[in-house]
Design a protein around this ligand. Structure first.
Ligand SMILES: *Cc1c(COP(=O)(O)O)cnc(C)c1O
Length: 389
């Protein structure tokens, strides 16, 4: 049986890097060397300098490429380093059509950095294909998708956007942080570049900051390799190892978190103090069918809006289990406040235009027992009723 036919779960553990060929060690060795001795005067080995290529980082790069179904992977110092480096594929005068409820850091680089280098952008609601078509310009080179989006969990049709992009000779970039290749494979749906904050589900333990990119085209891979080496925002070897350790349990972690998230979403949906629940696994979510079609499940992140900001504050101060923090995709549940955290970099009017109100909370569901989470939420909400009344 070749590795090719292994299922995703098996590939997480059994791949070319399952043991070190020199010692048999069942963990990828951490190669700290920055430089590599060359034994010939003028014929050099594969490795020469660790910014360009390092065997530990390379092991992670090969693993993510295989898991996403691509030909080449790249590891960066953070998700933003991966995203920023991918944007360097563009040149002055190019234009990006980008989803409007994009990650706050991506919003920042597009509006405040790329704009200074003459790279233009148009934000659109990517769930509306007509709006996407209307935003296309002769110089559009990239369609930038994040699905489900952050924090409102809107779902974009990756296949439809990729077809539009191809028809206009443009690339499709997909930020796959929320679902990971365990649940969604953008390259198979036609995307050209998949991007990750590996800080989140891929590593999964809130203990490393990392970013990944994967392409399915060799030529695009060469260009990105050139940019990774030129820009130099590579992932360190200890951190590459931590991401690989996290990857081994990706499937089981997600399975549990998704089950919990779905139960919590259903609980919140029926609670009288909860105004809205945003979760693509709920049958009344506007893109419920699309999510079912293009991904294996709805993921482990949901958002919900309470009746007022006062109530939201009270709830956060009273809920005990989740950590109240930025970030997501960890073994522990993480509750965050998008208006002040992930989208703090976005001006208030832009935020409100996108429906990110001061009563919106985002929850990344972890591995706790779901009954404990529901009891905790229930308690915080019923205390809140008493106070707010
Ligand atoms: C966190 C995140 C990023 C940025 O990644 P860092 O590792 O924090 O640089 C990008 N996109 C999404 C969807 C994220 O959640």
């Amino acid at each position: 049986m070749s590795d090719e036919c292994f299922s995703f779960e098996t590939k997480l553990l059994h791949n070319r890097h399952k043991f070190d060929v020199t010692t048999g060690g069942v963990s990828v060795p951490i190669q700290h060397a920055s430089t590599f001795h060359q034994s010939s005067f003028d014929k050099y080995g594969k490795y020469d300098y660790s910014r360009s290529l390092n065997p530990t980082r390379e092991a992670l790069e090969e693993q993510i490429a295989e898991l996403e179904g691509g030909v080449r992977g790249f590891a960066f110092a953070s998700g933003m380093a991966a995203i920023s480096t991918a944007f360097l594929l563009l040149s002055k005068g190019d234009h990006v059509v980008i989803t409007e409820d994009v990650y706050g850091g991506t919003f920042r680089i597009v509006t405040q950095v790329l704009s200074r280098f003459g790279i233009e952008h148009t934000f659109v609601d990517m769930t509306n294909l007509q709006a996407v078509k209307d935003a296309i310009q002769p110089n559009t080179k990239v369609f930038y998708v994040e699905t489900p989006s952050n924090p409102l969990l809107k779902v974009t049709d990756i296949e439809a956007i990729s077809q539009l992009a191809k028809a206009h000779n443009a690339y499709t970039f997909v930020d796959n942080t929320f679902l990971t290749p365990a649940l969604q494979k953008p390259l198979e749906l036609g995307a050209d570049v998949v991007l990750h904050s590996a800080t989140k589900f891929l590593s999964g333990h809130s203990d490393v900051v990392a970013g990944l990119a994967v392409v399915k085209d060799e030529e695009l891979g060469n260009q990105l390799a050139f940019l990774q080496n030129s820009f130099g925002a590579v992932l360190g070897v200890q951190d590459a190892w931590l991401v690989m350790r996290g990857l081994k349990t990706l499937s089981v972690r997600l399975e549990q978190s998704v089950t919990n998230a779905s139960k919590l979403a259903n609980y919140l949906k029926d609670h009288p103090l909860v105004k809205n629940v945003y979760y693509p696994g709920l049958s009344d979510h506007p893109q419920y069918e699309l999510q079912k079609k293009q991904a294996k499940s709805a993921g482990a992140v949901l958002s919900f809006e309470l009746e007022s900001e006062e109530l939201t504050k009270f709830f956060v101060e009273n809920v005990k289990i989740p950590v109240f923090a930025v970030s997501l995709g960890a073994v522990e549940s993480i509750l965050s406040y998008p208006a002040k955290m992930s989208h703090g970099a976005m001006p208030k009017n832009e935020r409100e235009k996108r429906g990110i109100s001061n009563s919106l909370l985002r929850l990344s569901v972890g591995l706790e027992h779901v009954d404990d989470l529901i009891a905790d939420f229930s308690n915080a909400l019923s205390n809140a009723i008493a106070v707010v009344k």
